[in-house]
Design a binder for this molecule. Structure first.
Ligand code: PNS
Length: 170
């Protein structure tokens, strides 16, 4: 494999509970750099998660349908084990603000300590997405607030179904 080919694929891992416009922005940007971008949903049995891994994958698949080179996958266990299994070296992570940096730096360094060959590429979303987080989206939606400007339309529809009171209060 030539040096030129080595970074043709990357993994953008996350919880995506649910996917936001910030995630979509990073996916669009990363898909312009890498020929193949795997978006990896962490497949864990988190009892606090709002959406099942299958639902998150479906939401991502629908939202990224028009973006060339994007594949939605899932992974379980250690991220570095998945990278090894799939022959991947590059992980993409979005950083919204300085406050994200410390934990992301720690994760990147720990991952690299486990798999010295891997690299984490930090990408910055457009400023308008800097305040959006899945956790806040869920909180706002569950309390009847409007989130359609923070998530793709298919995700907004899923949230409206998951939190029917939101529709009642409109
Ligand atoms: O969207 P999130 O919740 O910030 O994503 C975090 C994620 C899924 C990338 C991270 O928790 C992860 O990679 N988990 C898999 C387990 C693992 O490898 N842990 C060691 C990381 S130092």
């Amino acid at each position: 494999m030539s040096t030129h080919n080595q970074a043709q694929s990357a993994l953008y891992p996350g919880s995506f509970d649910p996917p936001t416009l910030g995630h979509l922005d990073i996916i669009r940007r990363a898909a312009r750099i890498f020929r193949r971008l795997l978006v990896g949903v962490l497949w864990n049995a988190d009892k606090n998660a709002c959406f099942s891994p299958e639902e998150r994958m479906t939401m991502l698949r629908e939202a990224t349908a028009g973006i060339a080179g994007v594949e939605i996958v899932s992974f379980d266990g250690l991220l570095v084990h998945y990278l090894q299994r799939e022959g991947l070296r590059v992980v993409v992570r979005g950083i919204r603000a300085y406050t994200d940096f410390e934990s992301e730096l720690q994760m990147a360094l720990l991952n690299r300590a486990l798999l010295p060959d891997m690299e984490t590429l930090f990408m910055i979303p457009a400023p308008e997405y800097g305040i959006i987080s899945s956790r806040r989206v869920l909180e706002i939606a569950s309390l009847g607030g409007e989130v359609s400007h923070m998530v793709p339309p298919n995700v907004a529809a899923m949230l409206a179904r998951r939190f029917p009171a939101r529709q009642d209060s409109e």
